[in-house]
Write a protein that binds this ligand. Structure first.
Ligand SMILES: *Cc1c(COP(=O)(O)O)cnc(C)c1O
Length: 229
């Protein structure tokens, strides 16, 4: 199976699962080399997600030089430390993992004026796991209000990474809760169009529960080998 074959299978599954709103597919390319990304690009994929700052920036710069005509959309989806926010603000198109106001403020301050506003999502800690990042559902509205007014960011919605241990019923419940938080924010007047949830194992379930964006890695690129990092 090639990357193009895998992409076709994932796209077909997304097509089957989606209802009236088209669902965006983010190809999560962390740990995979530039050649794998280019193979996916040539098969029509444009949106890529990266988790690690240095690795992501290296790839963005590589393609800026090697394929200046290419139209990539780069999403940062990993945990972000404040000392690395500038690199992210200067290179990525989206940041999906905003989990505190301080990071959002830094990204807004550090976004170059020559670039369009940085699209951002707030990461919600939907399973309330102490070890995991993300904003607690009870704190969400307060941070949404503050991030929405930052000048160089465009707050587009919410993302979550439910517990990897969750069974199907637990994942469905977590996705449904995300959907209601998303609708709640919209009722509060926030112009959200993106609910990012669902990965290789559960993207169809996430779409069924209202995801507008899914982040799929291993189902497209194969198993990850972290020793390459
Ligand atoms: C790695 C990762 C993914 C993709 O995971 P797969 O199970 O390989 O599809 C999606 N979202 C985030 C935040 C990730 O870190």
């Amino acid at each position: 199976m090639t990357i193009a074959d895998n992409l076709n299978i994932v796209r077909q599954a997304v097509d089957v699962a989606q209802k009236d709103t088209p669902v965006k597919l983010v190809a999560v390319s962390k740990t995979f080399p530039e050649e794998a990304i280019w193979e996916a690009y040539q098969a029509g994929q444009r949106i890529f997600g990266e988790n690690y700052v240095q690795e992501g920036v290296r790839k963005i710069q590589y393609f800026r030089d090697a394929q200046p005509q290419a139209e990539f959309e780069w999403h940062f989806i990993g945990p972000l430390q404040s000392n690395k926010s500038r690199l992210v603000a200067e290179h990525f198109d989206w940041v999906q993992s905003i989990d505190r106001l301080k990071i959002a403020r830094r990204l807004s301050e550090q976004r170059p004026s020559s670039m369009p506003a940085l699209n951002v999502l707030i990461e919600v800690n939907i399973d309330d796991e102490e070890t995991k990042s993300g904003v607690a559902p009870d704190d969400l509205l307060a941070i949404v209000k503050e991030v929405a007014v930052l000048p160089n960011l465009k707050l587009r919605g919410l993302m979550c990474i439910p517990s990897a241990q969750a069974d199907e019923a637990q994942s469905r419940a977590a996705f449904a809760q995300m959907k209601s938080l998303f609708e709640f924010c919209r009722k509060e007047g926030f112009d959200f169009d993106t609910l990012s949830m669902g990965m290789s194992a559960d993207f169809a379930l996430a779409i069924d529960q209202g995801a507008t964006m899914v982040r799929v890695g291993s189902a497209i690129f194969g198993a990850r080998d972290y020793s390459n990092r």
